[in-house]
Design a protein. Structure first.
Length: 548
């Protein structure tokens, strides 16, 4: 069908006028929201994997709904998680969509943002975050905890303010390698260039000593485990780490069983450096990555068993997803995105989406319309009896109507895909068609491992010189070409120009809905500041403790 224009209604991605839907106390479900780190669409049996054993995760699909076009708001951890918690595109919340790599940085999820946890807590829910946070910690002092999960609606926190780094696992290398980490590489070049004038040999020795010392203390700076505001292990140990996390989740459910509760359980697995407990090491035919996936599945099974044991399964909504696709830039250490391309293509943003709520959702349901990780925010608000904020754009759409009435189309007519803070692509699902159009304004320059480019640095840059612009845009119909292998043009798609025009109009309206905000990812907010460094002992003892 020939596209004829945008549908009527609010500007794309601007839904602050959604009417709140309240639920009675007897209908309000518990929530167990599970996020795996960097798991690809092809890693799970329910999405087609034939060699890894994921029976517990697959059970969520057979007993609930499977979302096949479920989209993360960014192919990077911090911005994706900010969008998940707030229901808003990262460009609205944290600005430039990079990632935090130091605990002593001052950036993070702004206090002005409202999370689904803060709304649920006001509705009487017990709330907890167990696992990875990766959205900042301090602002002015080492203990102000301005970005801490406790300040964003989570009454209980047991987990990691940053993320899983190679540096947290002895013998597994570093994420701060000069050839991969641009700021360190630039500093080295500047120092060595200066050294040509003032004595290169001395400066090389000085820099080498500084770099070696830096790598020695990194685990003490960044590999931190906290219980609420207290550090309990620094650096944390990966020994039985997922089992310890699972124990915390089970205990939270047990002590919250008499009240409505919301648990956000967010794995460090399967982010590199990969690890698995001893009982899972060697359990899969895919090395340590497969072992980690199967340990994740075991953990999900423990949570499901706990819900059943306590008689909570029928009225608990369990949701499982990944914050982004498999990190194939890590080469053989990454997972499997199935047929989808990497990073800023579908492989980086199309993620698993499973929803089980036995009281409401029909078993075995499959939803092929576009949905988003951001949809969890309005869904939790709606089902907990809260109200959507009226003073800001909410880009997520409630999932419940789509799950309960499968013949209904998704409210996501348009989606917008960013490369950092720049709009890279527009996705359009026309109301009068089953086509899914995706138009790219630019694409990152990919290079294989061990050469220059985004594979070499483990991250894709979005600035001129690192991307290829497309005018007219590259156009794909994902309903016919989900792997984005053959772009369409006027010669192969007779409606090319009208389709592109509609998508460009939607992009203009979306940009107009953005409010100027200070980025949380400016250099001044991501560089480490010694006075913000969390430390459980004196600096003389290298901030080391084990109180867990």
């Amino acid at each position: 069908l020939v596209p004829v224009g945008l549908s009527s209604g609010p500007a794309p991605g601007f839904v602050s006028d959604l009417n709140p839907v309240s639920s009675s106390d007897s209908e309000r479900p518990n929530f167990v929201l599970i996020m795996v780190d960097d798991m690809g669409m092809g890693d799970l049996g329910c999405y087609g994997n034939k060699t890894l054993k994921t029976p517990n995760v697959d059970r969520l699909a057979s007993e609930g709904a499977k979302l096949t076009q479920h989209i993360a708001a960014a192919p990077l951890c911090s911005p994706s998680r900010a969008a998940f918690l707030t229901g808003r595109y990262p460009v609205r919340t944290v600005g430039w969509a990079g990632v935090f790599i130091m605990n002593a940085a001052s950036g993070g999820l702004p206090r002005s943002e409202i999370t689904f946890a803060s709304i649920a807590q006001k509705q009487g829910y017990e709330t907890a975050l167990i696992g990875k946070w990766h959205l900042g910690l301090n602002c002015e002092t080492s203990t102000d905890h301005c970005h801490h999960p406790n300040k964003h609606g989570f009454k209980y926190f047991w987990g990691f303010p940053l993320t899983n780094l190679r540096d947290c696992h002895p013998g597994r290398g570093t994420v701060y390698a000069l050839e991969k980490y641009l700021p360190l590489r630039t500093a080295a070049v500047l120092l060595l260039s200066t050294g040509l004038a003032i004595g290169a040999a001395s400066l090389v020795v000085l820099f080498s000593c500084f770099y070696a010392a830096f790598l020695t203390v990194v685990p003490y700076m960044n590999c931190v485990l906290m219980r609420d505001g207290a550090i309990v292990q620094q650096p944390f140990s990966n020994a039985n780490l997922t089992q310890r996390m699972t124990r915390e989740a089970v205990e939270f459910i047990e002590r919250s069983a008499e009240r409505p509760f919301l648990l956000f359980f967010t794995f460090l697995q399967v982010h590199t450096a990969l690890f698995a407990s001893a009982q899972f090491t060697g359990s899969s035919p895919h090395g340590i990555y497969g072992d980690a996936v199967q340990e994740v599945d075991w953990s999900v099974g423990q949570i499901l068993q706990t819900l059943e044991r306590l008689g909570l399964s029928e009225n608990t909504l369990v949701y499982l997803t990944s914050d982004q696709g498999a990190h194939l830039e890590e080469g053989t250490h990454g997972g499997h995105n199935g047929i989808y391309k990497v990073t800023n293509f579908e492989g980086g943003i199309r993620v698993p989406g499973l929803v089980r709520w036995p009281r409401k959702i029909r078993p075995g349901l499959e939803i092929h319309d576009a949905t988003s990780n951001m949809d969890v925010f309005p869904s939790v608000v709606q089902l907990s009896g809260g109200q959507l904020p009226q003073d800001r754009a909410i880009d997520g759409r409630p999932l419940l109507d789509l799950l309960l009435a499968p013949t209904q189309r998704s409210d996501h007519e348009f989606m917008f895909h960013y490369c950092h803070s720049t709009l890279q692509a527009v996705r359009w699902s026309p109301r009068n068609s089953r086509s899914v159009w995706k138009a790219f304004y630019f694409t990152p320059n990919f290079h294989p491992p061990n050469s220059s480019g985004c594979f070499h640095t483990l991250v894709c840059f979005c600035s001129p010189g690192h991307v290829t612009a497309h005018d007219p845009p590259l156009l794909y119909d994902l309903s016919r070409d989900p792997s984005e292998s053959t772009p369409l043009g006027p010669e192969s798609e007779e409606d090319f120009h009208s389709i592109v025009d509609v998508m460009e109009r939607a992009a203009r309206e979306h940009r107009a809905s953005l409010q100027p905000r200070e980025s949380e990812m400016t250099p001044g907010k991501v560089v480490p500041k010694p006075w913000l460094q969390p430390c459980c002992s004196s600096l003389a003892r290298l901030c080391a403790c084990n109180r867990d």
